[in-house]
Design a protein around this ligand. Structure first.
Ligand code: HEM
Length: 169
């Protein structure tokens, strides 16, 4: 299974940056991502559009129920508009995944790193964030298996690491 993932990454390194950028900006058909298992799970969960549909709302409500079950985190979100937050998070998944594809931090990723740096978060919270996200993928994606979860982890880990490193500056 790991060999299969490695092959995706190698194929990914041949993927042209502009094609990947096109996918992430438009989220439309026919543009190959280097991580097909992540891409197809993403589409099963959210469809092709960038706008927040019914399926996304249920997904992000479930994600935030998990994430905010931690009282340390719930306090930070006390005054936050959670509908807006869910929409921002959905868009930020593209931001994280495009770092994986493009190997270059977009202005939006740099902005996200600054936002989280200002919050003074402890780095271990990012492990919890990812675990909550993967648990939610498992709950909502009917075809989810171990390889799907690895594919999500692989797609998002570089962007998460970028933000975490900014916390240590
Ligand atoms: C890589 C993982 C994460 C992503 C992709 C992410 C995404 C986002 C996004 C898109 C926003 C809105 C930023 C804006 O105002 O434009 C945000 C804000 C915020 N995030 Fe995260 N987040 C992550 C991890 C975390 C973690 C681990 C915490 C820990 C508690 C956290 C707490 C917050 C808080 C408190 C806000 C501020 C909300 C506000 O004041 O409006 N985030 N995050």
């Amino acid at each position: 299974m790991l060999g299969e993932l490695v092959r995706w990454r190698v194929v990914g390194s041949r993927c042209s940056a502009s094609r990947a950028k096109q996918f992430f900006e438009s989220a439309v058909d026919d543009v190959a991502l280097p991580n097909p298992r992540f891409e197809s799970s993403y589409r099963r969960l959210f469809g092709d559009g960038v706008a927040m549909g019914d399926r996304s709302e249920a997904f992000f409500s479930a994600f935030y129920r998990r994430f905010l079950a931690n009282s340390e985190i719930a306090e930070l979100f006390e005054h936050v508009d959670m509908d807006r937050q869910a929409e921002m998070l959905r868009r930020s998944l593209f931001t994280l995944a495009s770092f994986y594809v493009l190997d270059d931090a977009s202005p939006e990723l740099r902005r996200l790193a600054e936002v989280h740096e200002r919050l003074g978060l402890r780095p271990h919270l990012f492990d919890f964030w990812l675990q909550c996200l993967l648990d939610t993928v498992k709950e909502f994606d009917p075809c989810c298996d171990e390889a799907t979860l690895l594919a999500w982890g692989w797609a998002l880990a570089p962007g998460i690491t970028y933000i975490r490193i900014a916390l240590d500056k």
